[in-house]
Design a protein around this ligand. Structure first.
Ligand code: SF4
Ligand code: SF4
Length: 288
């Protein structure tokens, strides 16, 4: 059973909510698929039980022994990645054009390491995560690998909470495909609403049960009402409205999940949202 938490863009509180839900769930595992900002792991240190090197890209490599210095490759490269017979791996996009034009067959495309992946055991379940190389970008392939990793170490009845990639690009598609449910975290701003609609359309396209949470709903009540109305009209389940709460910042600074701050308004709202989410999850389970 997989629940993926996503948002139309970064900074909406997606990780705070994914973390809180994983604290509230009993039998849980996690996958941190927000690989460019992997913060889910920071709250619980643990022991790595598996580490692998992930080769997510191809880069050109010149065999100096057979290169004759003709510079044909340098002239064809649209990314200015070759200079004086040396390939700048940060600029190389692995397009293969230089391989095709080299008269000496001196260039090959080789696997390039973009991350280490880990399965880490913490006191709150196992987590699948990645540590990106400097300059590398998260890719759909890496997200798929992280999801496969967590499935391999969990039982069928374990709830897997995925902190998905923000946006609507390839990594987020890889974060949600095959999920049983998606929780979209949005905020009450015009851009938040537009991002929410785009990401909701993406979920609809894949036919995934879509739940919605408005974070900091009280910073713009009119916009929150617009989002609520939109959800009603489009038969999307609004499962929670979280108020703005300074304690959230405190909890991030103290690396202590917000649900352990008893008097926090956000804590109370998230707990109540979890009850709503559980009802939807149970319905899915009963339909299996
Ligand atoms: S095209 Fe081939 S032979 Fe010419 S400079 Fe590039 S690597 Fe060397
Ligand atoms: S693979 Fe493409 S981007 Fe990389 S060096 Fe060759 S031509 Fe340039």
């Amino acid at each position: 059973m997989e629940l993926t938490v996503i948002s139309g863009k970064g900074g909406t509180g997606k990780t705070t909510i994914a973390l809180s839900l994983s604290e509230l769930a009993k039998d849980v595992a996690k996958a941190d698929c927000d690989v460019d900002a992997p913060n889910l792991y920071l709250f619980h240190k643990g022991i790595d039980i598996k580490k692998e090197v992930f080769y997510g890209e191809k880069k050109a490599v010149i065999n100096k022994e057979i290169c004759n210095g003709c510079k044909t490759c340098e002239n064809i490269c649209r990314f200015d990645a070759i200079e004086n017979g040396i390939i700048n791996s940060f600029k190389c996009e692995g397009c293969g054009a230089c391989v095709l034009v080299c008269p000496q067959n001196a260039i090959t495309l080789e696997d390039y390491k973009t991350a280490n992946t880990y399965i880490t055991k913490t006191k709150k379940g196992v987590i699948s995560r990645a540590d990106m190389e400097i300059g590398a970008e998260g890719s759909g392939k890496l997200i798929t690998k992280l999801r496969q990793n967590i499935r391999e170490v969990t039982e069928d009845n374990t709830l897997i909470i995925i902190d998905g990639s923000p946006g609507i690009g390839c990594p987020v598609i890889s974060s949600i495909t095959g999920s049983d449910a998606v929780l979209i975290v949005t905020e009450p701003t015009q851009s938040g609403m537009e991002d929410f609609i785009r990401v909701m359309e993406l979920c609809n396209h894949f036919g995934i049960l879509t739940l919605v949470c408005i974070n900091k709903y009280d910073i713009n009540k009119v916009m929150s009402e617009n989002i609520e109305k939109f959800c009603e009209e489009n038969h999307v389940h609004l499962v929670g409205k979280i108020p703005y709460d300074d304690t959230v910042i405190k909890s991030i600074n103290e690396l202590k999940p917000i649900i352990y701050y008893e008097n926090s308004m956000a804590n109370k709202a998230i707990r109540s949202m979890w009850e709503n989410i559980k009802e939807h999850i149970n319905q899915i389970k009963n339909n299996f």
